[in-house]
Design a protein around this ligand. Structure first.
Ligand SMILES: *[C@@H]1O[C@H](CO)[C@@H](O)[C@H](O)[C@H]1NC(C)=O
Ligand SMILES: *[C@@H]1O[C@H](CO)[C@@H](O)[C@H](O)[C@H]1NC(C)=O
Ligand SMILES: *[C@@H]1O[C@H](CO)[C@@H](O)[C@H](O)[C@H]1NC(C)=O
Ligand SMILES: *[C@@H]1O[C@H](CO)[C@@H](O)[C@H](O)[C@H]1NC(C)=O
Ligand SMILES: *[C@@H]1O[C@H](CO)[C@@H](O)[C@H](O)[C@H]1NC(C)=O
Ligand SMILES: *[C@@H]1O[C@H](CO)[C@@H](O)[C@H](O)[C@H]1NC(C)=O
Ligand SMILES: [Cu+2]
Length: 591
């Protein structure tokens, strides 16, 4: 307690930021009191029964088959550029969407189509990119998934690609670059899909992005990590809430002799709560590595969704999120008078490599002075040190689905090794993956050629309807395992090996798109086949860069029948033309 309080008072001696919002976050308003509250749904489309989704409910509708076909299109224009900002006061070059970090909010109603026209304006130097829309199923549109070398070629410098996909699931998610470790340098933003909810709340606060933060550019970090005898352990420099936190410039400069412009008390994120009312917060771990433990002093959190899955509400003081995971929580402002103020905290856990693990933001009730620092004390909720998510026994999907019998079971081991050049890499199912940006797996599968180079680490599941995957983590770190294009069933998680039969609540296990496997433990998941080619990987940016990535070919016969838009081929021609004139230094797995 003493440690935290002194750390917080040191870093937040004043909540009046010394830098302007544009210096810290470019054109983003997230984390400021100017960021607007969200509405319960967007205008547009028919409103049968008052809602865009009519009579469909979160507890009675199978979202995988029965999402509403609203016919409404939400269009966004994204220009990706380099910029220089100081989110925590320490100035660094970043990658920005429309000049903003975090990137602009994408908002739609359940069943709407989202169109995002992405322009690659990365110059000085130029670089490819591709954007992944995390958690979307991409049913019938796997080429819109945004994974370079898997579902598309990178978007070449000065070129554009228009992504088009249906929001067939609803809730909270995010987008991020999937090209090398680009997203750790700022290229990420929130997505909210409005849908039905049985939960009662008054105010939608919107996204609360939790991200570890690095002062070095991703290229530097990855190069150092993948140099001969480099360390696979990468330390973050800070932890941000909605892209903001303070930093102690003196210690960093003293330690490293660092002359980079740096300002103390840059400014932390602020939130306004309405006294007595219930607020929905959409928590997103958009970091590169760290496992976050989120809490608000004096307030209980009621979890109503994990990833894109509404769950039976459960109360907790702390929510644990691995990279890529989301939780929607309800918080009632009933812990003080209208003048009260509280710390919001997000702690990187002991499983993370963090120099400054504790992020804070300020929560103000209606009449609180927003220029004053809160004085509240943290919950006494020590980090259990297990590097796991909330107990699977407590996380029950509202729309129940029993696990079907698996038609196939695949075991995949995770291990660290040193290759012949003394580079430390990850092996997943025996292979350290390396993508070929010029030959995406999906396009080759679409041509009917299912013979892939071993280093692409492709697993073909043919016509299997439901595949069980047992991940055996033979490494001392935890890994947020992410499967693209699916919401998988989480059957079991624990230390050591699985007993081969135990399943937590087989009548209705947790479903989500990322789940933590603990150090030297196991994770058992199962997915119902969605035709396409899908990344299955660790979401820690540094681990994926080090080869911890595989691609699943699901229902290849259907993939072969798919009519992939000509723009996808054109993107490969543009990339091929650009790479014939420029040397692409592929420093890592590519994803
Ligand atoms: C955050 O970390 C501090 C220790 O640095 C601890 O006192 C506090 O209880 C933690 N909060 C939560 C909710 O984990
Ligand atoms: C493209 O990037 C350059 C350099 O970062 C920037 O000055 C320019 O404003 C960007 N263009 C657009 C349309 O964002
Ligand atoms: C959660 O706690 C609140 C009080 O803070 C209580 O009203 C509610 O019933 C609890 N919900 C559950 C699911 O336990
Ligand atoms: C070891 O891995 C690095 C990084 O992927 C690669 O550049 C190098 O060629 C590899 N060495 C050998 C001998 O395979
Ligand atoms: C299939 O693709 C691989 C490269 O991934 C290539 O080596 C092989 O020649 C292709 N086979 C045919 C029949 O085109
Ligand atoms: C399921 O996948 C395995 C592994 O590729 C394969 O051997 C088997 O034939 C597949 N079953 C069906 C029904 O396609
Ligand atoms: Cu992802």
């Amino acid at each position: 307690m003493g440690v935290l309080l002194s750390a917080v008072t040191e870093l937040v001696s004043s909540v009046v930021g010394t830098l302007t919002q544009s210096r810290t976050n470019g054109s983003s308003l997230l984390g400021t009191l100017l960021f607007p509250l969200l509405s319960f749904y967007l205008a547009g489309g028919a409103l049968p029964d008052g809602y865009p989704w009519g009579k469909l409910t979160d507890w009675g509708t199978n979202p995988y088959t029965d999402y509403p076909r609203t016919g409404v299109i939400r269009t966004y224009d994204f220009t990706v550029s380099r910029g220089v900002i100081a989110p925590d006061g320490y100035q660094r070059p970043v990658l920005l969407v429309n000049g903003a970090f975090p990137g602009p909010l994408i908002e739609a109603n359940w069943g709407d189509k989202i169109i995002v026209n992405v322009h690659n304006n990365i110059t000085g130097p130029e670089e490819g990119t591709a954007i992944h829309w995390h958690g979307f199923l991409q049913q019938g549109t796997p080429w819109e998934d945004g994974a370079p070398g898997v579902s598309q070629c990178p978007i070449a410098p000065a070129k554009s690609f228009t992504y088009e996909f249906v929001a067939s699931l609803y809730g909270t998610t995010w987008y991020h670059a999937h090209y090398s470790a680009q997203y750790s340098g700022g290229l990420a933003g929130p997505i909210v899909i409005h849908g039905p909810t049985q939960a009662n709340y008054d105010v939608d606060i919107g996204p609360v992005m939790l991200s570890d933060w690095y002062h070095r550019a991703y290229l530097d970090i990855v190069k150092t990590m993948l140099a001969p005898n480099g360390s696979p352990k990468v330390f973050s420099d800070n932890n941000l809430i909605n892209g903001k936190m303070n930093f102690d410039c003196a210690t960093a400069a003293a330690a490293a002799g660092d002359k980079t412009p740096c300002t103390n008390n840059a400014g932390i994120a602020k939130f306004k709560f309405q006294t007595g009312k219930t607020h929905r917060l959409r928590l997103i771990n958009s970091g590169a590595e760290g496992v976050q433990r989120f809490s608000i002093d004096g307030h209980t959190l009621t979890v109503i969704a994990n990833d894109f899955t509404p769950v039976k509400p459960y109360n907790t003081t702390v929510v644990t999120l691995g990279v890529g995971q989301r939780s929607d929580v309800l918080v009632t402002a009933n812990a003080g008078t209208a003048k009260a103020a509280f710390w919001m905290r997000s702690n990187l856990t002991s499983c993370s490599a963090a120099r400054q693990p504790n992020a804070v933001a300020a929560v103000y009730y209606d009449q609180a002075d927003t220029n004053k620092a809160p004085t509240s004390s943290p919950w006494n909720a020590p980090d259990p040190g297990t590097c796991t998510n909330d107990d699977l026994a407590t996380t029950q999907p509202l729309f129940p689905m029993a696990v079907p019998a698996a038609t196939y079971s695949q075991t995949m081991a995770v291990e660290l090794f040193k290759n012949a050049s003394a580079v430390t890499l990850w092996k997943f199912n025996g292979v350290s993956m390396r993508a070929d940006y010029n030959q995406p797996v999906l396009l080759q599968a679409n041509q009917g050629n299912l013979t892939f180079p071993p280093e692409w680490n492709v697993l073909n599941f043919y016509a299997n309807a439901s595949v069980r995957v047992v991940v055996n983590n033979n490494s001392p770190s935890s890994h947020p395992m992410h499967l693209h294009g699916h919401n998988f069933y989480v059957l079991h998680e624990g230390p050591g090996a699985w007993d081969g039969s135990s399943i937590v609540r087989p009548s209705n296990p947790q479903r989500r798109d990322v789940q933590l496997v603990r150090p030297n433990g196991h994770l058992v998941l199962q997915f119902d086949a969605n035709a396409g080619v899908w990344g299955f990987h660790c979401h820690v940016a540094w681990h994926a860069s080090g080869g911890f990535f595989s691609s699943f070919v699901v229902k290849p016969k259907e993939v072969q029948q798919m009519r992939i838009p000509l723009t996808v081929q054109q993107t490969c021609r543009d990339w091929s033309a650009w790479t014939s004139r420029n040397v692409v230094e592929q420093i890592d797995s590519g994803t």
